[in-house]
Write a protein that binds this ligand. Structure first.
Ligand code: GCU
Length: 328
């Protein structure tokens, strides 16, 4: 991970130089940064998207993917994109709240009844409006990638909000996530994802919350041995492109990029289910993580005020109402 912007700029310059010297030179090559490893379903789905972009544009548009946070954390990557040093970023709707408040609608705990409701919101008018709303801020969203449900992991069972008392719980850098943990009675600690393994290992935090791939792909199951399935949020990852990069494309190329992004979301839907089921098995069988079913109602009750407040917050009320209307 590079905290140092000069180092990142140098790395990007080298990457550009390396790309330019390749014999198969594409008219446009976009750099895409993200923070997962190459075996993660989101990486695979973005690779699918990049392959399709290349095919649909006859090689005129190429996307080079830089995984593992090698070009910076999600926040740093967003800043680089806003400054014009990066073209595309994969972030998470939780963290995106600080760049475009509309994404905050996805962060309300228990806003989705189930996976179908979540997909209706992402694919429907509400989700698509959130993606397009940030053009003047220097970027737009292209598609969402299912991030499953997020639950707590620590070295003890978290069967009710009372079990969070006195625990420092790492959250994504998002005001809504901070508020959620406070209402449940824990102490929220916002940290970048790449810092979390060490923070858990060294006891800087007592626990965290995420989908099962965090236990396996990011190996958090080595240092946190109990996964308590309260499933408080369903927060998608988001694929973003800078407004500048978007405007460089012809209308046909824009359509190709959007189609490839939508198709990769559909591809991801199937892959996600398979890979997260396998991740839960791996966590249990090979990493010795105990997976606990919990009674969700006390968690739901603890965070109920968040939904009520969101309906009164002019920045997101419209989107929250839109999501609620899709519940059935
Ligand atoms: C998920 C998501 C990442 C995010 C991470 C986090 O794993 O895919 O984009 O960074 O959660 O909790 O920070």
């Amino acid at each position: 991970m590079f905290g140092n912007k000069t180092a990142v700029a140098t790395l990007i310059a080298c990457a550009v130089a390396a790309t330019a010297s390749l014999p198969t030179y594409a008219a446009t090559t976009f750099k895409l940064s993200h923070n997962q490893d190459r075996t993660h379903p989101v990486h695979k789905s973005m690779q699918f998207m990049a392959d399709e972009v290349k095919k649909l544009t006859d090689g005129e548009v190429k996307i080079r993917i830089y995984p593992n946070g090698q070009l910076g954390t999600q926040r740093e990557s967003m800043e680089l994109m806003q400054n014009g040093a990066l073209d595309m970023v994969k972030s998470n709707a939780s963290e995106m709240e600080s760049f475009e408040p509309a994404y905050g609608a996805f962060n309300i705990p228990y806003i989705f009844r189930d996976r179908d409701h979540y997909y209706r919101a992402m694919e429907g008018e509400v989700g698509q409006k959130i993606l397009s709303t940030s053009y003047d801020k220097g970027f737009i969203g292209l598609t969402y990638y299912d991030g499953g449900s997020r639950s707590f992991y620590a070295n003890k069972e978290i069967n009710s909000p009372a079990d969070l008392a006195g625990l420092k719980i790492r959250v994504q850098p998002s005001p809504t996530a901070v508020n959620m943990i406070k209402l449940m009675g824990g102490s929220p600690t916002p940290l970048a994802y790449g810092e979390l393994y060490t923070a858990l290992q060294q006891g800087v935090v007592d626990g965290a919350e995420n989908n099962p791939t965090a236990l396996t792909n990011s190996r958090h199951g080595e240092v946190a041995k109990v996964y308590s399935l309260d499933e408080h949020t369903m927060i998608p990852d988001v694929l973003l492109i800078s407004s500048k990069a978007w405007d460089k494309l012809t209308k046909e190329e824009q359509e190709a990029v959007k189609k490839a992004a939508d198709d990769s979301m559909a591809y991801h839907k199937v892959l996600w289910k398979e890979m997260t089921d396998a991740a839960v098995e791996k966590a249990k069988e090979s990493m010795n993580v105990k997976v606990v079913q919990v009674e969700k109602q006390p968690f739901i009750d603890a965070v109920k005020p968040m939904h009520d407040e969101a309906l009164k917050n002019p920045a997101i009320a419209e989107y929250v109402k839109g999501i609620d209307a899709l519940a059935k």
